[in-house]
Design a protein around this ligand. Structure first.
Ligand code: ATP
Ligand code: MG
Length: 533
């Protein structure tokens, strides 16, 4: 037997008055028989306030503080009659060049809340709010309180209205995106290189729809329509959708006009039937509205298709809902979507840009860079730039500019980078321009990337200029799924660091489209995240 014991005895220290051990509190709390703290809090609040009705409501359902922060109520912190606890942390900047800020996530607080001449006591405990209101008339101690219910309804409607300088976005759950609203505010057709006729047609189809309720009623047909935007990644489906959103939100309902601004519900991700249910029920509630279904092939799958069609065909009325669906996979789209009349009436195809459109896009960049005297960008670079990017999507073109400008920025002040000439035909005099050299270098690199990721040089690269079945960007075709759409050969934008708009691109910031919601002064990332302090 070994002469050493595996464990040494610890003498029990039962003396009181020693240092406080937080561990004991944590262990004590986590050994509770039940984890339903909500019941405990409600019971405690009822006991302490017998004359009041206690109503619990989750923050992510109705956000009372956000409502107050937007100026519709007042919400004064009371640290005199109860305690306060929060996490303080760091909120990263949305743009890397900006400084981060301090944030706070409140876990426990008591407030005096005033709304519509009514006073409430509000406790926030984690993600739950406890609203206390005196009983009125014959109201029972266990509730409900009619005044609190009215407050909840008002805040809920305010949140759901979509017109408070936010856009309702569904990405597995609903969120309100202030950033999307700002992006839509900046979006406009003049930033989209697209056949003018197609721009006009799109705007007027959508506008007319919303102005023609009476006509549809008169004809006895359901007041609903649907469009599909198809085509390879990065050729303008989403920026065109944003331009449409802009015209509906910002160009209607002006002075003297009897039209109303129309909200858009923007769906990025709704893979399950319950997601689809939530999307359509919210759209029905907010109608008239535009419902955008991005990448519809991820929403309508073999598992969800019959549920989707039931929703779309309106077992419940879909009056006033204008649906715009986008896809990269027209040729593989469920035939029930595009080939069945009355669901989606038209398909618009956004093909790869031809040489003329690529030149226009280079001109666009030229205009954007004209305030940068350090970057020599004469007009005569545009056509050669379009030539070395044959087969590129707009998104790849954009990446080419971004990467070239970054390369130039790196070069600045350091050793002059030697650019390979890559065997491309030399254009007299062009080589003197650093931007041209960098652009050509990047174009070559991106071309390899396109080819490596499946481009065969036939269907994808090289097919655009003169072989887009006679269709330039923005060509408009009746739905002929499978016939006109070309197969996928260009990597998706997820494989690129593609900025969302030309504005973003010019600041060389690649990034996601929809950072989270903002409510008034407080920026609520989600119910449990930090609000800026
Ligand atoms: N027609 C266009 N005119 C001007 N810029 C464009 C055009 N198409 C694309 N771009 C540029 O490329 C970026 C990506 O375009 P967009 O998001 O609209 O592509 P998409 O067709 O929606 O692609 P995906 O199928 O991957 O969603 C835009 O932010 C814009 O900068
Ligand atoms: Mg898109």
């Amino acid at each position: 037997m070994a002469d050493t014991e595996p464990f040494t005895l610890i003498e029990e220290n039962v003396t009181s008055g020693g240092p406080h051990h937080l561990f004991d509190n944590v262990a004590d709390l986590s050994s509770a028989k039940t984890a339903d703290q909500d019941l405990q809090y409600v019971a405690a609040l009822r006991k302490a306030n017998p004359e009041m009705i206690v109503t619990s409501t989750p923050v992510n359902n109705v956000n009372l503080r956000a409502f107050a922060a937007a100026g519709f109520a007042t919400c004064d912190l009371d640290t005199e009659t109860d305690s306060f606890a929060s996490w303080r942390g760091y909120v990263a900047p949305s743009v890397r060049s900006h400084a981060g800020q301090l944030g706070e996530s409140i876990h426990f607080a008591k407030y005096h809340y005033e709304w519509s001449s009514e006073s409430f006591v509000l406790y926030t405990v984690g993600n739950v709010q406890y609203v206390l209101k005196e009983r009125v008339g014959s109201e029972q101690a266990l509730g409900p309180s009619h005044i609190t219910d009215k407050l909840i309804l008002t805040v809920g409607e305010w949140q759901a209205s979509g017109l408070n300088q936010t856009v309702l976005v569904y990405d597995n759950y609903w969120q309100r995106s202030r950033d999307m609203w700002l992006a839509v505010q900046k979006a406009s057709w003049d930033k989209v290189i697209l056949d003018e006729k197609m721009k006009e047609e799109l705007t007027s189809v959508v506008d007319k729809f919303f102005d023609s309720k009476a006509v549809y009623e008169d004809l006895g047909v359901p007041w609903k329509r649907g469009l599909i935007f198809g085509g390879e990644p990065g050729n303008g489906k989403t920026i065109s959708i944003k331009a449409l959103m802009h015209s509906l939100l910002f160009e209607r309902g002006g002075d003297g006009s009897d039209t109303q601004p129309i909200p858009t519900l923007y769906v990025r991700n709704a893979p399950q039937t319950y997601d689809i249910g939530s999307v359509f029920s919210t759209a029905r509630r907010l109608a008239p509205c535009m419902l955008v279904l991005e990448d519809i092939e991820t929403i309508v799958t073999p598992r969800t298709r019959s549920y989707f069609f039931n929703e779309m065909d309106g077992l419940e009325a879909n009056d006033g809902i204008f649906v715009v669906a986008s896809t990269n996979f027209l040729d593989r789209l469920d035939p029930g979507l595009a080939k069945r009349p009355s669901r989606f009436d038209r398909t618009y195809i956004f093909p790869l840009p031809n040489a003329h459109e690529r030149t226009l896009y280079c001109e666009f960049w030229r205009a954007k860079l004209r305030h940068k005297p350090a970057i020599a960008f004469p007009r005569r670079l545009c056509a050669p730039m379009a030539r070395v990017t044959e087969g590129f999507s707009f998104a790849f073109l954009q990446e080419c500019f971004v990467a070239a400008l970054l390369a130039l920025a790196r070069e600045e002040g350091g050793d002059v980078l030697q650019f390979r000439l890559m065997g491309l035909r030399e254009d007299d005099g062009l080589e003197q321009y650093a931007l041209w050299r960098a652009f050509k270098e990047q174009a070559e690199t991106l071309r390899k990337q396109i080819e490596d990721s499946g481009g065969d040089g036939g269907e994808g690269l090289g097919s655009s200029d003169d072989g887009v079945a006679g269709a330039g960007v923005g060509s408009l075709q009746r739905c002929e799924c499978g016939g006109s759409a070309r197969s996928q050969s260009v990597p998706s934008k997820e494989q690129l660091s593609v900025p969302e708009s030309l504005e973003d691109a010019s600041s060389l910031v690649a990034g996601g489209m929809l950072p989270p919601l903002g409510f008034g002064k407080q920026r609520v990332v989600n119910s449990s995240a930090f609000a800026l302090v």
